[in-house]
Design a protein around this ligand. Structure first.
Ligand code: FAD
Ligand code: EPU
Length: 334
């Protein structure tokens, strides 16, 4: 059913008060195609956990509610599972754990839907979606044509895919298929996972243990959107050249960094932002979180424009101090 003038405040984890001129929940592909014949969406909405609404949406918001989980192939080693794009990501991780299927336990507690997961190739604690991704199905908004995108079509990168670039705003993702394993290969490369397991006295961890530890670590530093509006990391962690890094290291010997294979160095944006004095700082109803300065928060009543103004100020100060241009990870909806 098409609704008019709908508040989006409960549909975005930043808790921004914005309205959609028209709003429709999409529950299946036939209904999607019929709706597309009448009107293209101005915005496709999943869980609203990676957007900043800077204005009211003047057109149609389509809320993805295409559900269903189906094992489409299975053998002793693995299962190929197709998820409706409206399924909740974390609930799907819990479902997989219950079936004894591994591969996404490190991605526990990431908010949002399956359909949005490939868009920025979600990642956490040493694992990215692309490692388990098989294919997705999408419908072009203009033509209504369906297309399967295999892994090589998606151009996955760090918080990147073709759906954030050339195909941005052009397709509606309707299902996502993942390859999950029965022979578990745990990824404990992220330091805090190993040390937390150790303090818990767990020497032979299961995928469920890893999931529990990831949940524990996340809860200890990331604000819960139900209590404090946010969209996770606001910016991406910048990748700079080794040359620029070496110059910075002389000026800032304590700089936190990760060496990448391609002669590049990743510097955590949270560290850069903290060094500029933003950690825990409040500006009006917005601020940089006190535990994790990469997470911008809405203390209540902030507009999308106010959050964006804060983001610009932070970006400017990081550029002035370090000569590094941060780029947003969150999708800013104009
Ligand atoms: P939305 O915010 O609804 O949409 C995001 C973008 O995708 C929008 O541009 C939207 O138009 C588009 N879109 C959504 N669904 C579709 C579709 N079916 N077809 C086409 N386009 C679509 N991300 C990580 O990678 N790692 C983390 O560790 C992480 N932690 C987070 C922690 C918190 C507390 C929060 C609030 C966010 C975090 N995120 C993280 C970001 C976010 O959870 C992910 O990006 C998630 O995949 C977004 O899903 P969503 O359904 O909420 O997307
Ligand atoms: N740091 C600071 N000050 C801060 C925040 C962080 O000095 O205010 C330092 C930390 O001490 C640590 C380093 O920066 O040494 C990295 O911090 P953290 O481990 O918290 O991870 P992150 O790089 O800030 C990334 C992802 C998260 C993901 C975690 C865990 C990006 C943009 N963010 O955060 O993803 O959950 O790693 O893998 O890559 C998201 O995308 O929304 C998100 C939350």
């Amino acid at each position: 059913m098409m609704q008019e003038n709908v508040s989006l405040q409960s549909y975005n984890t930043f808790g921004i008060k914005a309205h959609a001129k028209r709003f429709k929940a999409i529950t299946n592909v036939t209904q999607l195609k019929q709706t597309l014949k009448q009107e293209e969406p101005a915005l496709i909405l999943g869980g609203g956990s990676n957007i900043l609404l800077s204005n009211d949406v003047q057109g149609l918001v389509m809320k993805n509610e295409i559900m269903g989980i189906e094992i489409i192939e299975e053998n002793e080693q693995e299962a190929i599972v197709r998820f409706g794009a409206g399924e909740n990501w974390h609930k799907s991780v819990l479902w997989a754990l219950k079936q004894g299927l591994g591969g996404i336990e490190n991605l526990s507690l990431i908010p949002g839907t399956l359909g949005a997961a490939p868009i920025q190739n979600i990642g956490a604690y040493g694992v990215e979606l692309q490692q388990v991704f098989v294919e997705l199905e999408a419908v072009y908004l203009k033509s209504g044509r369906r297309k399967i995108f295999r892994k090589e079509d998606c151009q996955f990168g760090y918080r990147e895919s073709v759906f954030k670039k050339r195909l941005k705003g052009k397709v509606f993702i309707t299902s996502v298929t993942l390859r999950l394993t029965k022979l578990h290969k745990l990824n404990l490369s992220y330091g805090a996972i190993g040390t937390t397991l150790e303090t818990m006295g767990i020497t032979e961890p299961t995928i469920k243990d890893v999931s529990n530890v990831v949940i524990q670590i996340r809860q200890s530093k990331l604000p819960d959107p139900a209590e404090l509006g946010n969209s996770g990391s606001f910016f991406k962690n910048p990748e700079i050249s080794l040359k620029q890094f070496n110059t910075l290291k002389k000026r800032f010997p304590d700089i936190v960094f990760y060496k990448l294979p391609n002669n590049k160095v990743k510097v955590p944006a949270g560290w850069l932002i903290e060094q500029c004095g933003w950690k825990g700082k409040r500006v009006g109803n917005t601020g940089a979180h006190s535990q994790q300065s990469l997470v911008l928060v809405n203390y209540g009543g902030a507009t999308g424009k106010e959050v964006w103004q804060l983001a610009l100020k932070i970006k400017r100060s990081v550029n002035e101090k370090f000569g590094i241009m941060l780029t947003p990870e969150v999708n800013v909806i104009k």
